[in-house]
Design a protein around this ligand. Structure first.
Ligand code: PHE
Length: 348
């Protein structure tokens, strides 16, 4: 019996040593220690042996089984390691190959300019306000000193959304300018004020290379005691010089807007010809930039600001023209075209 067991052990260890795959190893495991495995059969038969033999064969067969199991484990680990090694060699995985880049959008050129303007005005102490794009006729016109039958309304025809009799503040319109935010801000915060209000505006325009029905403005409003046009000139010179990173001169011309008195247009010196005159500035040396003026007392009143105590100025300029000049864009209609060939040129 003892001899048989020793032979069995030798065979088993030999089987293990020549096995060259995990599958074969599994068969060997079944063969020796499976339910009807050779070693297990001996252990099962122990109970029928005489006591004398049991004492020797019992521990011996257990020892054989343990040695078999540990040899089997060792070989299994070895074969697994070999297998992994082989896989690593076969499957070439180059960790230096660049991944698949996801397409990332770009920031719209008008947003880029808007953010830049906001930053500069922020640095000069202006807060940034917001107002609705769908506005009441009251805030867009009456409150700004433009009564219903005033000829100034012809300059700003827009899209009317509902009949004026239905609404508390007259009908609803798509705002033609960011100026309504002047009144909303005064109503909300009172004086003094130093704010800008960027936003989308709309007009009923026949569109062409320089006219769009949807465009963007930045409104400015400064109200305090002792505010004059000198403040406005200084602020705009500083703003444009920072924006263009180049010294810019400004000049006022008379202009008409019902919500300012006096009303002005502000031009800045042409950056392409340094004021000498070129095609960009129509040989004048100046670029027309924005409307502005001292806030009309009626507008201060509409905003609930005491016009005997406070005065201030307001301005409004378009972002499109600024962006077109900066980037050399020849047609305003590109901005809302959604054309990726256009938009992708303005990476940030
Ligand atoms: N709201 C005017 C426009 O759209 C511009 C402006 C703003 C003029 C503020 C004067 C004061 O043309």
């Amino acid at each position: 019996m003892e001899k048989e067991l020793n032979k069995l052990q030798k065979d088993a260890l030999n089987d293990i040593s020549v096995a060259d795959s995990i599958n074969i190893l599994q068969d060997i495991e079944v063969k020796y220690i499976g339910r009807k495995g050779l070693i297990n059969e001996i252990l099962k038969g122990l109970k029928d042996l005489p006591d004398q033999e049991k004492k020797i064969i019992g521990p011996l067969s257990n020892k054989v089984k343990q040695e078999f199991i540990s040899a089997l484990e060792k070989k299994k680990n070895h074969l697994e390691a070999v297998e992994i090694e082989k896989q690593l060699k076969d499957e070439i995985f180059d960790i230096t190959v660049p991944g698949n880049a996801r397409p990332i959008g770009t920031i719209h050129p008008l947003s880029q300019i808007q953010f830049e303007c906001e930053n500069i005005f922020n640095q000069m102490g202006f807060a940034v306000m917001d107002g609705p794009e769908i506005e009441s006729e009251y805030y867009n016109f009456e409150g700004l000193n433009i009564p219903a039958d005033h000829p100034a309304r012809d300059m700003q025809d827009t899209f009317f959304l509902s009949d004026k009799h239905e609404e508390k503040h007259g009908g609803l319109v798509l705002r033609t300018q960011t100026s309504p935010v002047q009144i909303r801000t005064m109503e909300k915060y009172g004086a003094p004020l130093r704010v800008i209000a960027p936003g989308r505006t709309f007009r009923n325009e026949a569109t062409d290379a320089s006219h769009e029905h949807t465009f963007n403005q930045i409104e400015g409003l400064m109200i305090d005691k002792n505010i004059s046009l000198a403040n406005l000139k200084g602020v705009m010179m500083e703003f444009l010089t920072r924006l263009f990173r180049k010294e810019v001169k400004v000049r006022f011309r008379p202009g008409y807007f019902p919500f300012v008195e006096p009303g002005l247009e502000l031009d800045f010196s042409c950056l392409l010809c340094n004021g000498k005159g070129c095609s960009a500035c129509k040989r004048t040396g100046w670029i027309e930039f924005m409307g502005c003026g001292m806030v009309h007392p009626n507008v201060l009143k509409a905003g609930g600001v005491n016009s005997n105590k406070y005065q201030g100025w307001a301005f409004g300029f378009g972002l499109e023209r600024l962006a077109m000049m900066r980037y050399g864009i020849e047609d305003i209609r590109h901005f809302n075209s959604g054309d990726l060939r256009f938009l992708k040129q303005f990476k940030l």
